[in-house]
Design a protein around this ligand. Structure first.
Ligand code: ADP
Ligand code: MG
Length: 254
């Protein structure tokens, strides 16, 4: 779906690149997780992937075509991104906000736009709240509205920057289950930044680990999430356990 080749990115005026010679693929129909400590370049990488930042070196191909060659509208029909932080909106309803996700398709077909908005609101289980104002929703519900806005773009590739960070555990799991379902049932390709490594183990087909702007590991969750890699990345010691039903989880040692 997406191919990143030898990507190097600097912020203007900085001597050290924030991303150094990064190459990986986001395979179609799979879930790829990006992990790494704070400041390792994860969010910057995402802004390169969605065309917002122009890398000084390397290439990013979306379906074989350089991302820089897509118009904003065309790109938004293939790729949608859910950001880590959202503005606190008050004077806009759920339905109005989700409808902005239809912008790349124009207003020629209002019936279709309405259908898609209803459909994605059902997918995120918010159809019953569609006329509520954003500031009348809980944090978990608001996060699902932003997801619905991205889904309204009908993307093939969805990027999510820490979609669970500000949610309580119930909503974290709800969000991950929903993403898994969209992946399995709709074939949506997903790439997301996560902090909880047990959740990474649970959800990912592929994991990419960044540290100081370099890709230090890439592979399946079980290949990447070893005690050694966790210590190198986060400087913490850990143990990896398996439950009787084969689920793995990570325990950090104090
Ligand atoms: P992560 O998402 O992994 O926490 P970021 O991609 O946000 O990391 O940041 C990577 C590095 O780039 C950090 O050192 C950060 O301070 C720097 N950085 C991020 N955004 C900017 C910016 N707009 N201008 C200059 N430096 C930035
Ligand atoms: Mg970040």
């Amino acid at each position: 779906m997406m191919e990143v080749r030898q990507l190097t990115f600097f912020f203007r005026g900085q001597s050290e690149p924030v991303l150094k010679n990064i190459s990986f693929e986001i395979p179609e129909g799979k879930i790829t997780s990006i992990i790494g400590p704070n400041g390792s370049g994860k969010s910057t990488l995402f802004r390169c992937l969605n065309g917002q930042y122009k890398p000084q070196k390397g290439e990013i191909l979306l379906k074989g075509i350089p991302i820089s060659r897509y118009s904003g509208k065309k790109r938004a029909r293939h790729l949608a991104m859910v950001y880590q932080k959202h503005p606190q909106l008050s004077g806009i309803t759920v339905r109005e906000l989700v409808t902005t996700g239809r912008t790349p398709y124009g207003k020629e077909n209002p019936r279709k736009n309405e259908e898609v908005v209803d459909e994605v609101l059902k997918q995120v289980d918010l159809i019953h709240l569609k006329d509520r104002y954003m500031n009348q929703l809980s944090g978990g519900q608001q996060q699902r509205v932003w997801l619905a806005q991205a889904l309204a773009q009908e993307p093939e590739l969805l990027l999510l920057d820490e979609p669970t960070t500000y949610l309580d555990i119930e909503y974290q799991l709800e969000m991950l289950k929903l993403l898994k379902k969209l992946n399995e049932e709709k074939g949506l390709t997903i790439c997301l930044i996560l902090h909880d490594l047990t959740q990474v183990l649970e959800i990912s087909d592929q994991v990419i680990a960044l540290k100081d702007g370099e890709m230090v590991a890439k592979g399946t969750a079980h290949e990447v999430l070893t005690k050694e890699n966790i210590e190198e990345l986060f400087r913490v010691k850990s143990e990896i356990f398996s439950t009787t039903n084969g689920q793995k989880f990570i325990h950090y040692l104090f």
